[in-house]
Design a protein around this ligand. Structure first.
Ligand code: F6R
Length: 244
């Protein structure tokens, strides 16, 4: 695991975006795994800037998103589908048919999950997976206790995750309790992984997944089993690490 500690969120976003841009430029058909949430917003903003000001070309890029809330249509403002189009896809020259996002309103979620896994295989696997991390150590929506061999599936969200997500919803009854997510097994098959985290509130979990033994109770500790992971933290998120 390579660890990069940067001074602030802006530098974190630029560092992550430049690693992704490198992958996009180097690969014939770059396949990216993408995350949502607050952490990658700056990374996507920088990727948009690289496209608009420096001509970074997304025409051959294929993307697979990690997760989506169950019951949410792609047009719902709170869906991850909406988030991705708003924050990245509408702003770059990606082809609509190259965008894959789990379908929260699929009539048969089990069938959809199988199809999603097959599509990832069909394009030759994910070259670079971008991850955030939840305060309970989740990656995608693989909550503590998830098996490291899980494939794309529907998962009940942990209470802490539901509470953390509440800030995005106006009414309590709108906060989702289930999500469709790539499994840790799916994530670990990506050729490269970048995990980003910022802020004091992520410091405890970052020290745990990086420095403590691998355990199912901290899903992100599975990163220790992968041979090409870059973790990028700002100073605040790195503040509880014993060794920097
Ligand atoms: C979202 C995802 C989640 C988030 C995590 C952190 O696609 O996969 O695992 O990365 O919940 O969210 P933020 O960045 O909002 O702290």
């Amino acid at each position: 695991m390579e660890l990069i500690v940067v001074s602030d969120y802006d530098e974190l976003s630029k560092t992550a975006a430049s690693l992704m841009a490198k992958e996009i430029k180097e690969k014939e058909r770059p396949v990216l795994g993408l995350a949502t949430g607050s952490t990658p917003l700056g990374t996507y903003k920088e990727l948009v800037r690289l496209h608009q000001e420096e001509g970074l070309d997304f025409s051959k890029v294929v993307t697979f998103n990690l997760d989506e809330y169950i019951g949410f249509s792609p047009l719902d403002r709170n869906s991850y589908n909406f988030y991705m189009w708003e924050n990245l896809f509408f702003e770059v020259n990606i082809k609509r048919q190259n965008v894959y996002i789990p379908k929260g309103d699929a009539p048969n979620s089990e069938e959809f999950c199988k199809w999603y896994e097959e599509e990832i295989k069909r394009v030759g696997g994910i070259n670079l997976q971008l991850l955030g991390i939840g305060r309970d150590g989740h990656i995608g929506f693989n909550e503590p206790g998830s098996s490291f061999s899980d494939r794309t599936h529907v998962k009940k969200l942990a209470d802490v995750t539901i509470r953390d997500n509440a800030r995005f919803f106006e009414k309590i009854e709108d906060i989702p309790h289930y999500a469709m997510t790539m499994g840790i097994g799916t994530i670990l098959e990506a050729k490269k992984i970048i995990l980003i985290a910022n802020g004091e509130h992520k410091a405890r979990i970052c020290a745990e997944f990086i420095e403590r033994p691998v355990t199912k109770q901290v899903p992100a500790s599975s990163m220790q089993l992968h041979s090409d992971v870059t973790v990028i933290l700002d100073n605040a998120a790195a503040s509880r690490l014993r060794k920097k």
